[in-house]
Design a protein around this ligand. Structure first.
Ligand code: ADP
Ligand code: MG
Length: 594
């Protein structure tokens, strides 16, 4: 093959070529090989040999068909292929037709090929990893076009699989200015950043996003945090609700330190109930509060881990119901005490009022049944007394007693049928003086007064006639005198005074009657309750109805009754009765005590 001139130059060129070069004749025998080819194919032994015989078997597709095409059809072809043992190489091959055969260029590309394969494997693994990670990932190039989306990203933002190659801003036009600024910073200034943001329709999702800048653009890691955000929002709502309830509930709620029993926290109602400014409550000790003092023994028990429910306490005339529970920490130790307190005072009052009206109803029924039952015997007594009174043989001395008996019996029947039943008196009111009213009553009690060693002093500075239902007013006086006697078991004095007067409240003129005793007096509690029906301090000896009935009578006369009393000193009842004609029942009187 060696030569001179053009051939020599050609040969030198072929030797300098970085590829391996061989030529094959029409008879498929190797005719020429450059040094590189000789070296790669393991020596010059193949020269002159038949290509298919020298590389039998192993020379399979695409080698065979490319060579035959070049030889028979004079068409060039190229491929990359692996040639197994003995060479075990990757070849890049090009076959070209020649005047009398073919020319084959080839090179060993094993190193590059293996790197490529490795790269492919890494890429495959990477995409596997990207697909299994729970993060959604996409990347955009420097023109904001989608380069890649992993499986999770496709599920979330590209279920139709059409985002690749599209521009981010065109596909998601509703991104906020804040978000756009994050993207811009990442892309233009290489600042990695993250944010949480809601994306409206069609996604309607909350995303947590991380931007990772790189040379080709941005890699965006993101996840759907809608559920978490919604839960947070719900929690916030719940918290707001709890706070609102805490502030506005009519229940006093407080948290107390377990050791010092000082307030750690308290709502407005607590401050209100305690009558303390809200700011002053924190740090306040329970020992400075009446209710706190009463609950103290229980609180010690609560601090030991026991809850107490519906504890009712009366403090300074107010009634409270408390629920006390220990608050535990993780270790099951009592950390604090939670107290929920409601005030029952008002409720108790209305309950009492209810009981009162029930009692009244009972009295009404009782009264009407009594009057019904005793009317007949009373009538009999009245008739019998009449017969006695008209008897000619009755001694004069007894007649006085019979008349007294008659008038008392008639009063009893009036009480029975009218006063107790609260019926309006059928008869017209009469005019009487204070002296006439009181005199008859005192006379009635002559015996008892003497027995108890009680002196009665009467002082009438008025002769004014009062228009009233005589029997009713007498019953009032009757009860006042009887009560005075009851209050003076060891003797004493009853002073009855009457004078004209004017009522301050409405300038009405009338007669003011005072009945004072030097008896044991009343405690403030008793004084407060004297007009209650059935309130008595006399056990079985009292009905507790006397003053209650009196109050009703005085009221119907538009009168006023007041009482002052001091334990150990005595009691003064003052009765004011207007003297002008009054339309009975039009105006309520006033009953008070002091
Ligand atoms: P009663 O006489 O049946 O007890 P009252 O309504 O007349 O019922 O009186 C109610 C209570 O008022 C008495 O039980 C008594 O405790 C008290 N009270 C009334 N008047 C006097 C008084 N003059 N001195 C002391 N206590 C009195
Ligand atoms: Mg009485």
């Amino acid at each position: 093959m060696a030569g001179t001139g053009e051939v020599g130059l050609l040969e030198r060129l072929l030797e300098a070529c970085p590829d391996c070069i061989v030529t094959v004749g029409r008879d498929w025998r190797f005719r020429y090989a450059n040094q590189r080819a000789v070296a790669l194919l393991g020596g010059p032994a193949f020269l002159g040999k038949d290509l298919f015989e020298y590389f039998p078997g192993n020379l399979e597709e695409p080698f065979v068909s490319t060579y035959r095409t070049a030889m028979d059809e004079k068409k060039a072809g190229a491929f990359e292929a692996y040639y197994a043992a003995p060479l075990s190489c990757w070849f890049k091959v090009r076959a070209e037709p020649d005047v009398d055969g073919i020319l084959i260029y080839f090179s060993d590309i094993t190193t590059r090929k293996e790197a490529e394969i490795r790269e492919q494997m890494v890429a495959a693994r990477l995409s596997q990893v990207m697909d299994v990670t729970s993060d959604a990932i996409f990347s955009v190039d420097r023109d904001w076009r989608f380069l890649l989306l992993n499986r999770r990203a496709s599920e979330l933002i590209d279920p139709a699989g059409q985002l690749l190659g599209k521009v981010l801003w065109d596909e998601f036009p509703l991104m906020t200015a804040r978000v756009k600024e994050f993207y811009r910073l990442a892309m233009e200034e290489g600042v990695a950043g993250g944010f949480v943001e809601f994306y409206p329709q069609p996604l309607n999702m909350w995303f947590e996003v991380q931007l990772q800048p790189g040379p080709e653009g941005l890699v965006v890691f993101f996840r759907d945090v809608t559920e978490r955000k919604e839960r947070e929002a719900r929690l916030e709502d719940e918290q707001a609700l709890v706070e609102a309830v805490y502030k506005s509930t009519p229940v006093a709620l407080a948290l107390l330190d377990r050791e010092t029993l000082r307030f750690l926290n308290a709502n407005d109602k607590t401050a209100e109930i305690l009558g303390v400014a809200k700011e002053e409550i924190l740090g306040l000790g329970l020992d400075g509060i009446s209710l706190g003092k009463k609950l103290m023994p229980l609180l010690k028990d609560v601090a030991a881990g026991h809850a107490h429910r519906d504890v009712v306490q009366e403090v300074d005339g107010r009634v409270f119901s408390a629920n006390l529970s220990p608050v535990f920490n993780h270790d099951g130790e009592v950390r604090a005490i939670a107290a929920a307190v409601t005030e029952l005072t008002q409720q108790r009052r209305s309950e009492a009022a209810l009981i009162q009206s029930e009692k009244l109803a009972a009295v009404g029924r009782l009264a009407s049944s009594i009057s019904h039952e005793i009317n007949n015997p009373l009538e009999a007594i009245t008739n019998l007394l009449y017969l006695i009174a008209v008897d000619e043989t009755l001694p004069e001395g007894l007649k006085v007693y019979v008349h007294m008996a008659q008038s008392e019996v008639s009063r009893v029947s009036q009480i029975a049928t009218q006063t107790l039943r609260f019926h309006r008196q059928a008869v017209a009111p009469t005019k009487v003086t204070a002296k006439q009213l009181v005199g008859a009553v005192v006379q009635l009690y002559t015996g008892r007064l003497a027995n108890s060693g009680i002196r009665v002093e009467e002082d009438y500075a008025t002769g004014t006639e009062i228009l009233c239902f005589e029997n009713d007013i007498r019953q009032v006086l009757n009860n006042l005198i009887a009560n005075a006697i009851d209050a003076m078991r060891k003797g004493g004095r009853i002073v009855v005074r009457a004078h004209d007067g004017t009522r301050v409240r409405d300038d009405r003129r009338g007669v003011r009657l005072t009945i004072a005793d030097t008896g044991h007096g009343m405690s403030p509690e008793t004084l407060r309750r004297v007009y209650e029906p059935f309130f008595t301090t006399k056990d079985l000896n009292g009905t507790g109805l006397g003053l209650w009935i009196s109050a009703g009578i005085v009221e119907r006369h538009q009168g006023t009754m007041t009482v002052r009393s001091k334990v150990g000193k005595g009691t003064v009842f003052t009765l004011f009765l207007p003297c002008e004609e009054v339309a009975m029942g039009d105006m309520a009187g006033e009953i008070s005590q002091g």
